[in-house]
Write a protein that binds this ligand. Structure first.
Ligand SMILES: C[S@@+](CC[C@H](N)C(=O)[O-])C[C@H]1O[C@@H](n2cnc3c(N)ncnc32)[C@H](O)[C@@H]1O
Length: 196
């Protein structure tokens, strides 16, 4: 089954979960992975779908063994396991990251997200952010793309969680055009502080 067919089949069966009318293009994949440095540690990818961003991460030198892919779609997860056999592919809701303990005390270098946050409840977005930032090392960032005109995480939620977002870049050569936001902690963690 081709990746494009797989994507459109998933879109037809659950449009809100897929949240896009086409897989991301190479220019967006390049932008969202631009600051990834393989020496910073393992990388988490949320909502990889068919693996467009995953390919870009590998092209930047991230090893498959340093990749954890969190995907809730069963067909996507199956194909990701075939395409990236050495990566850790977890078929789960990204909102369960904080409670699942599947990643233990991981200290991740960064996280890349293709999740359709605008289609999710505030409660779910909150759980995702808490889970991701409990796993990110000091100075680690979450890169999130959106088709919207502003950051898909509302300012008051960022404030509540001690996070801040900045526009990382815009891509017109994508269908639809997209923006990438970089989300980081406002303050660096002290050695005694854990988590978000
Ligand atoms: C907009 S698509 C992005 C796919 C790919 N990253 C790309 O850019 O082409 C959103 C992806 O997030 C997945 N997804 C949606 N909600 C999810 C959740 N709660 N947990 C994990 N994956 C989720 C969908 O199955 C889909 O693969």
């Amino acid at each position: 089954m081709s990746n494009t067919f797989l994507f459109f089949r998933a879109l037809a069966s659950n449009p809100l979960m897929v949240g896009a009318i086409a897989p991301s293009g190479p220019v967006l994949a390049d932008l969202i992975t631009r600051e990834v440095d393989p020496s910073d540690g393992p990388v988490l990818e949320l909502g990889p779908g068919t693996g467009v961003f995953t390919e870009a991460l590998l092209a930047r030198g991230v090893r498959q063994t340093d990749l954890t892919l969190i995907e809730s779609g069963s067909d996507f997860a199956r194909v990701l396991r075939l395409r990236f056999p050495e990566a850790r592919v977890l078929r789960m809701d990204a909102a369960r990251l904080g409670v699942s303990r599947l990643l233990g005390n991981a200290s991740l270098g960064c996280a890349i997200s293709g999740l359709p946050l605008l289609n999710m409840s505030a409660r779910k977005v909150t759980a995702i952010l808490i889970g991701v930032f409990s796993l990110l090392r000091n100075g680690g960032a979450l890169y999130q793309f959106t088709y919207g005109v502003r950051c898909p995480v509302p300012r008051r939620l960022l404030d509540r969680l001690g996070l801040k977002a900045s526009l990382h870049g815009r891509v017109l050569r994508n269908f639809p055009p997209a923006q990438v936001y970089k989300i980081v902690r406002r303050k660096r963690l002290t050695s005694r502080e854990g988590g978000i």
